[in-house]
Design a protein around this ligand. Structure first.
Ligand code: PEP
Ligand code: MG
Length: 553
């Protein structure tokens, strides 16, 4: 038995024969042409055919995987209309007297290299799109069949990478899983895998070994492990894991569409935590009622320089639109401590977790803060965005934040730029100070979201990054639970709602306690939503409330 470990992209366990697909990276012959006019015409004809093929693929994808995923073929069509791309190919034909195939290959290599070297992970992922369209053009020019996966079926596909157009053509009823040596979580192929719910593993180095072709394989899309020619004990172990996960999924999937209401009738807002626009796919898959925490700092972390207002606006707007009216709580920049961004050039700190982080950076650097607020306000015209501020410790901070927010609103009004005048604002309760004065803070905002990750570290004086101190970290500590209870009570006294978006929200051992306290919202990783919903449905708050609350004192 051989074992390879990759990165799981989509859960599920598949047993099957491995079929390696080695894209004939069209070995393009470089031929000198004399009649460049005729060669250009040959290219123009291939271009038309490619556009037609992409149009057909768009229509197929629209039916099978929805508009959002079909968009990739629209993007490919746009790339085929890109003046720079086309000019470069035509100039290779006319000036260098190259045959159309090598003119396309040369241009595609340059463009793919340019995309790969960009800092933005989204743009990097576009390199595979360029390769995809050039393969298509070259196949048409050389009269080869297009780049579809031609497997007979009931196999696990192994490939270097799969182009989006290949992935969408996978027949779900025949392809059991796919494994690639390359790929990124952000690529359309991974997004499609999740949407199509095919077990998928990327970054599986070594899977392309020819001797594995046709072998029995088990692909574990939960752990990223691939077993080639598995021994009997692994087969039995994985069969059991598959059975259990299928039983669980089946049971949980029945909860989609069911409202998370306790036995005694309290409906809980069950939201998802996300870190990027792409994560919205799993928000839908898991039936979240909205987004309880969008960690906007990832937009800053993945860049080499400050994201502009327009760049941020575009992300927030997309998220707002894709959420289709559901509430999306976007947290303003929370960097510092463990999340360092080079270009912020922050002075080194003795104890960064207690230093200038999150809202402190924003208040110290109003330009950075204002840019984000303006982008958020502008995006609020396109959906139900709420803004949330991290690491609050005082009423003064909120007053200052609201002052800055009002200035930005005024500016937008002057420029006649639309935004939601009633945009909700909330704060994270993640410092003991905020929990203790939550009665005062509640008068200033529309909601509270309790960040138990930081609330735990600050309450117990345990650095959340320090493994050595982990043994002392009791996440169920009464001090933390009392602070949560105080926060919820103060929220309700002031007629606002309170939720939890730290990791503790998904701790099923505490669900009853949180509901007994009156917590209104729980926001967790998308894949944990359905198990949590199951738990909520089983709770009868009135029966357990008194005992649980008394046990805290
Ligand atoms: C928290 O502190 O609980 C929280 C949700 O924020 P983060 O983990 O991003 O600090
Ligand atoms: Mg936090």
């Amino acid at each position: 038995m051989n074992t390879i470990t990759g990165k799981p992209v989509c859960g599920g366990i598949a047993f099957g024969k491995l079929e390696l697909i080695k894209n004939e990276t069209s070995c393009v012959q470089r031929i000198r042409v004399n009649d460049t006019k005729k060669e250009t015409e040959r290219f123009e004809a291939a271009l038309l055919t490619a556009k037609k093929e992409l149009d057909d693929l768009y229509k197929k994808a629209l039916l099978e995987v929805g508009e959002e995923n079909a968009m990739i073929f629209d993007i490919h069509q746009m790339m085929l209309n890109d003046v720079d791309f086309l000019d470069s190919i035509k100039s290779n034909i006319t000036n260098q007297k190259l045959n159309a195939e090598s003119a396309v290959a040369m241009t595609a290599d340059n463009f793919a290299q340019m995309f790969s070297s960009m800092d933005d992970s989204y743009m990097q992922a576009r390199a595979s799109d360029v390769k995809d369209i050039s393969e298509r053009l070259i196949s048409i020019l050389s009269n080869k069949k297009s780049t579809s996966v031609t497997s007979g079926g009931n196999v696990i596909i192994g490939a270097l990478d799969l182009a989006p157009s290949q992935t969408v053509q996978l027949d779900k009823s025949k392809i059991l899983a796919f494994i690639t040596e390359e790929g990124s979580n952000n690529s359309h192929t991974s997004i499609l895998a999740r949407t199509m719910n095919i077990p998928a593993i990327i970054g599986a180095k070594g899977i392309l070994d020819d001797s594995f072709n046709g072998c029995d394989v088990i692909a574990d899309g939960y752990s990223g492990k691939i077993y080639i020619n598995p021994d009997m004990s692994t087969v039995l172990k994985m069969q059991e894991k598959k059975l259990k996960s299928e039983e669980k999924m089946l049971l949980l999937s029945k909860l989609k569409g069911v409202k998370p209401v306790t036995k005694d009738g309290k409906e809980i807002l069950l939201y998802a935590n996300i870190g990027s626009e792409d994560d919205l796919v799993s928000v839908y898959e898991n039936d979240a009622m909205g987004v309880g925490l969008f960690r906007s700092e990832f937009i800053y972390l993945e860049r080499k320089n400050y994201p502009t207002e327009d760049e941020q606006f575009s992300v927030y707007k997309n998220v707002a639109q894709k959420a289709l009216g559901k509430r999306v709580i976007i947290r303003t920049l929370d960097i510092g401590a463990d999340k360092q961004v080079d270009y912020f050039d922050m002075p080194e700190e003795e104890n960064p977790a207690m230093g200038v982080r999150a809202i402190r950076i924003c208040l110290a650097r109003p330009l950075v803060f204002k840019t984000q607020l303006r982008a958020l306000l502008r995006a609020s015209a396109y959906g139900k965005i709420a803004i949330m501020f991290p690491m609050i410790t005082s009423v003064g901070e909120i007053k200052k934040i609201k002052e800055i927010l009002e200035e930005e609103k005024d500016d937008l009004r002057k420029d006649s730029i639309p935004f939601n005048e009633d945009i909700e604002i909330g704060i994270m309760i993640e410092t003991p100070a905020a929990a203790i004065i939550s009665d005062l803070l509640a008068k200033e905002v529309d909601f509270f979201s309790i960040g138990t990750n930081d609330l735990t570290q600050y309450t117990l004086a345990i650095d959340r990054q320090n493994d050595a101190a982990n043994a002392f970290c009791d996440v169920h500590h009464t001090a933390i639970l009392r602070l949560i209870k105080t926060t919820v009570e103060n929220a309700h006294k002031n007629k606002i709602w309170a939720g939890i978006c730290g990791e503790l929200a998904a701790d099923l051992n505490l669900t009853e306690t949180f509901l007994a306290m009156g917590v209104d919202e729980l926001s967790v990783s998308p894949s944990l939503i359905l198990p949590l919903k199951q738990k909520i449905l089983d709770v009868n708050i009135s029966k357990i409330k008194d005992d649980i609350l008394q046990s805290l004192y």
